[in-house]
Design a protein around this ligand. Structure first.
Ligand SMILES: [Zn+2]
Length: 345
């Protein structure tokens, strides 16, 4: 694999792409047992090819596989774990929310015998694009989010202990990804803002999970995006300066849906990392104009030098219909081109 040099202000995505309409229908058929193994493989392969096609056509510089094989962000991972028993969802009526998914409890020590499956995702992506790619991997804390521990759980003292075991699982997956040629990996930890705890604990855990991984590491922290709803208090301020201890070359933060709130923290705390700036609102049907995007980039450039700035949406496109996700990507690319021209003078 050859790594192409990126243009100034590289455009990229956070991870997930929109689920096409036909895929929702097909997944229903899968649930009813109407698809065989080969049909299912074809379904997912086709979905990834569409995600690649749309990103390439929109002109995005660094693309993902759209996470088309990962339903609802992390939920498909649990199928790969052993030692878990499902518990009834807390709420079954009404609109789907954070209290709707099936939860799990450990019935023995949890194992992930065949890894998280991201290496296979990466291989397929690599085979189907010439573009530089980014791979997103759920972080160890986030992997614990649907696992419910009893007060005196016989297997894990607390969530942190469980998360440290998952850090080893993630670390092995990251090293395998690098061995396959991945050079830009993003760890997703929306849970920092959701699960009670201290940034210090989360950063130690993060550093454990990326230990010895030889690639550009980005850390995506957002406030939740389940069907476009956030879950955590939407501020990064409390995480600094502790977050500067994280062994990540890039932070990927959401700004667009917060109307650029706290972008000034980059100067205030002298943050020396690259910024993957979320400048497209994935929670709104409002379609940003290229000029809107350009304005947000100009605002960001007051606090972050151009050489350290990547342009991306706030979060994944999973809760967005495909036509809208595509349009938003296009506008992101067009807006970035305006500012590139200005910078080139
Ligand atoms: Zn996110």
């Amino acid at each position: 694999m050859t790594t192409q040099p990126h243009p100034l202000l590289p455009t990229t995505v956070v991870g997930s792409y929109a689920t096409p309409g036909w895929m929702w229908t097909a997944l229903e058929e899968v649930k009813q047992g109407k698809y065989g193994v080969t049909d299912i493989k074809e379904l997912y392969d086709d979905a990834v090819k569409i995600a690649i096609f749309d990103q390439e056509k929109a002109g995005v510089d660094i693309i993902s596989d759209g996470e088309m094989r990962r339903f609802f962000f992390v939920q498909n991972y649990y199928k790969r774990f052993t030692g878990l028993a499902p518990i009834e969802p807390l709420r079954k009526t009404g609109l789907y929310g954070y209290d709707s998914p099936v939860r799990y409890r450990p019935v023995e020590k949890i194992k992930v015998p065949e890894g998280l499956g991201i290496v296979e995702e990466y291989r397929f992506l690599r085979q189907n694009t010439q573009k530089p790619v980014k791979v997103a991997v759920a972080g160890p804390l986030t992997l614990t989010i649907h696992i419910h521990l009893e007060k005196n759980d016989p297997y894990y003292k607390d969530r942190l202990e469980l998360a440290y075991e998952f850090a080893e699982v993630v670390n092995a997956e990251l090293k395998a990804l690098v061995a396959e040629g991945a050079d830009f990996i993003q760890i997703d930890e929306p849970s920092y803002a959701i699960i009670p705890g201290t940034t210090r604990d989360w950063i130690q855990l993060f550093n454990k999970c990326v230990e010895g991984v030889n690639a550009k590491i980005a850390l995506h922290i957002c406030f939740g995006n389940l069907l476009s709803r956030p879950r955590g208090k939407r501020t990064y301020r409390w995480m600094f300066p502790d977050l500067l201890e994280a062994k990540a070359q890039q932070f990927v933060f959401e700004y667009a849906n917060r109307e650029m709130k706290e972008i000034e923290l980059w100067k205030e705390f002298g943050i020396d990392r690259e910024l993957g700036a979320g400048l497209i609102d994935v929670k709104s049907f409002y379609v940003e104009t290229p000029e809107d995007v350009a304005e947000r980039i100009r605002e960001t450039l007051k606090y972050v030098p151009a050489e350290k700035l990547y342009i991306n949406p706030d979060c994944g496109f999973f809760p967005v219909p495909r036509w809208l996700a595509y349009l938003k990507l296009q506008r992101m690319v067009e807006g970035t081109k305006i500012v590139r021209k200005e910078l080139a003078g």
